[in-house]
Design a protein around this ligand. Structure first.
Ligand SMILES: *[C@@H]1O[C@H](CO)[C@@H](O)[C@H](O)[C@H]1NC(C)=O
Length: 322
């Protein structure tokens, strides 16, 4: 009976259970930094929202080049160099921020999803380990990397709701590959990691976390706390979100593995899609601080968590909980 049920579930979910990319954050479509400017609230085109940045032109904060990718990623033509500096204050904040947000109609907050990205620094414009950095975080900070904090400030430290779980020294000129293993139904998150071209391994098993996203609040980039003039360069590559099972190979992301065995085929790894509630505008969900709460086309939460107020910051296109 159990296997029959599983067979039916497998058939029903076959099209979504083979490690499909549900959002592709590859920089292949971006041939120059100005391509990110094609997106705005009135013309939400492409794969990234680009609005959390300082007042200077985009080329001051973003650059794309084949030199900026993880060389193991053969399917990627280029990676991203992302800069924060003393001009990176966004929206009147004293924080410095250069962040990209997924632009997608996919639900990035349902079922078991893997948020993949790789990050590197070099010895030029390295991050300052005396300052707190939030890296690749969700608005609610249920999971993220940090740098410059905690027991190992020179490490990339993986956090759940601000509590340290794991860290690795953030050495120069090494690519650090990650996947956040998030079960939005069960409320758990685990971590996969590797360096260079090594396949991802699960380095932290699932732990309880208040998992949630409105599909437009994962921040691919860096937030530096306090104003500091010193520029920092961060490099990103291999960005995508897939549903399970996870693709562990670096560079072949998001399609069913052909030459390597599947990471796991245990029936428990797939959640029936019928149990997953979509993002809804009905009473209940509230938006967190800095999250979107209104604007043209917005279908997410319109009520802000206390004590924040939904404020039109770029009317009529964008309102935010401030
Ligand atoms: C971790 O969570 C994922 C998603 O729910 C699940 O597929 C996997 O089996 C879990 N792993 C363990 C060891 O519990």
């Amino acid at each position: 009976m159990l296997s029959l049920t599983w067979a039916i579930l497998s058939a029903l979910t076959l099209s979504v259970s083979a490690g499909n990319k549900i959002w592709d954050g590859s920089f292949n479509p971006f041939t120059t930094a100005t391509d990110f400017d094609k997106w705005d609230w009135s013309t939400p085109v492409g794969t990234y929202q680009w609005y959390i940045h300082g007042s200077q032109s985009t080329s001051r904060y973003l650059a794309v080049s084949s030199d900026y990718k993880n060389p193991a990623m053969s399917s990627e033509q280029r990676g991203l160099k992302l800069t924060i500096d003393g001009t990176s204050n966004w929206n009147g904040q004293t924080l410095e921020r250069t962040e990209l947000i997924p632009q997608t109609s996919s639900n990035l907050g349902s079922g078991n999803l893997f948020y993949h990205f790789s990050v590197k620094r070099s010895s030029t414009n390295p991050p300052d380990s005396t300052l707190e950095h939030q890296v690749c975080f969700f608005e609610s900070h249920f999971t993220e990397l940090k740098y410059g904090v905690g027991s190992n400030p020179t490490s990339l430290t993986w956090m759940i709701s601000g509590a340290e779980q794991w860290n690795i020294p953030f050495d120069a000129n090494t690519w650090f590959n990650f996947a956040y293993d998030i079960d939005f139904s069960a409320g758990t998150v685990g971590l996969w990691a590797s360096t260079g071209s090594d396949p991802l391994k699960k380095v932290v098993q699932n732990r309880s976390a208040p998992t949630s996203t409105n599909s437009a609040d994962w921040h691919l980039g860096v937030l530096r706390i306090v104003t500091n003039q010193t520029p920092e360069d961060w490099y990103f590559s291999g960005v995508y979100v897939e549903n399970g099972p996870i693709t562990t190979a670096i560079g072949s992301g998001g399609s069913p593995p052909s030459s390597s065995p599947p990471a796991s085929t245990s029936p428990s790894t797939t959640q029936p899609t019928t149990t997953q509630a979509p993002t809804t505008t009905t009473a209940g969900p509230t938006q967190t601080q800095w999250g979107q709460c209104g604007g043209v086309g917005w279908t997410g939460p319109t009520v802000c968590a206390s004590p924040f107020t939904c404020t039109p910051v770029s009317p009529p296109y964008y309102s935010q909980c401030i």
